[in-house]
Design a protein around this ligand. Structure first.
Ligand code: AHM
Ligand code: MG
Length: 350
């Protein structure tokens, strides 16, 4: 699996070394430091839980406020969004921001200088776990603003995942961890709460190619497409079935926590198309969830697909676009893709 020695390398030191090696510039370094600082603030709010008065729905009592996705917002969703917006407005490193919690992209206020990067984030992923004290997280993705654009609008964010220059997430679990890639491997940093610094704890995360563990919300089984029914059916039939081995299942319902487990010990995470989410294209969001996680997982030797296409090659058509997701151990993602291809081929030839 993972890791070479990390000595005592803080996130700041790691970023300075990446800058010296010419892999990132000063603006991208600042951007990552600012996001990391905002995540520390979110971590404190999440950690206070009920004592901080931050649990429960946003909005007025009995009338929860809704985001663009038509989902009820939690107080912590709104607070985390505000923390990230405020932290990133004034540094001069961004041309614009977009968030899962905002209808449209957010320009940098005129009073501040503009930079060349676009930042996208899901401020608090795994909202259904906030009130029950289960891990949640922040996911982010960084793109370059197209040349010559000074006022970034929604269309400028619509770049495939292969264009990302950085992606990461922070998981607020028993410990707070930041997992990051700038295209030179995927590295994990753990927050030293006493010192207030993210310290590198795994350099070069590496996902085993094969796995015996899958993550999916089984309660949706009857709504899945036929290839997904067949794929999971074969996983469940274990040693006696066509896959010839027994599989274990895990489902946290926080993508950050499920993907973190996969980056740590392998596995496949899937939120496939089902007849409930099909009209929207899937459940998870391409720009804020699927693409950044795909970049992190590919950089750790894993794979990510919609079941029919490499995730990072999907050309986005909307900021809040949703997609089916298969992500994790390379050979297992390839197996899931094979089930879809076999189904599609047999149906197109009829
Ligand atoms: P959110 O961004 O509104 O929190 O939704 C995304 C989350 C993922 O973290 C998780 O994998 C999935 O939704 C869980 O969905 P379900 O409750 O259908 O199992
Ligand atoms: Mg989310």
């Amino acid at each position: 699996m993972s890791s070479s020695p990390t000595q005592s390398i803080s996130l700041t030191r790691y970023l300075i070394e990446e800058q010296r090696a010419g892999r990132i510039n000063a603006d991208l370094r600042l951007l990552i430091e600012v996001v990391a600082r905002a995540c520390k603030t979110i971590s404190i709010a999440v950690g206070k839980g009920a004592l901080g008065g931050v649990l429960g729905d946003a909005g007025t009592p009995g009338v929860a406020s809704m985001n663009i996705q038509g989902e009820a917002q939690k107080k912590l969703d709104v607070l985390s969004n505000e923390i990230l917006l405020e932290a990133n407005a004034w540094g001069g490193h961004l041309a614009g921001l977009a968030s899962e919690e905002m209808d449209t992209s957010h320009p940098i206020p005129d009073v501040y200088p503009r930079g060349n990067y676009l930042l996208l984030f899901d401020p608090l992923d795994g909202s259904s776990n906030i009130d029950v004290n289960i891990s949640v997280g922040t996911i982010f993705s960084v793109l370059r603003c197209p040349d010559g654009v000074t006022n970034a609008a929604d269309e400028h964010f619509l770049q495939p995942g292969t264009q990302q220059v950085c992606a990461g997430y922070t998981t607020y679990g028993p410990s707070t961890m930041l997992v990051l890639t700038v295209g030179n491997g995927t590295h994990a940093f753990t927050l030293d709460r006493e010192v207030g610094s993210f310290m590198m704890t795994t350099r070069g995360m590496s996902i085993p190619e094969e796995t015996k563990e899958f993550a999916v919300n089984m309660s949706n089984q009857r709504f899945w497409e036929p290839p997904m029914q067949r794929y999971v059916g074969d996983l469940l039939s274990g040693k006696e079935g066509p896959r010839g081995k027994d599989f274990n299942m895990r489902w946290v319902a926080s993508m950050v926590a499920d993907v973190h487990r996969i980056l740590t010990r392998g596995g496949i995470f899937s939120y496939p198309l089902d007849s409930k989410c099909a009209p929207k294209g899937g459940k998870l969001r391409l720009m804020y969830e699927a693409n950044p996680m795909s970049f992190l997982v590919e950089q750790a030797g894993g794979a990510a697909s919609t079941g029919r296409q490499r995730m990072m090659e999907v050309q986005p058509t909307g900021l809040h676009q949703r997609v089916p997701v298969f992500i994790g151990s390379k050979k297992e993602v390839e197996a899931a893709v094979r089930y879809h291809a076999e189904h599609d081929t047999s149906h197109s030839s009829k």
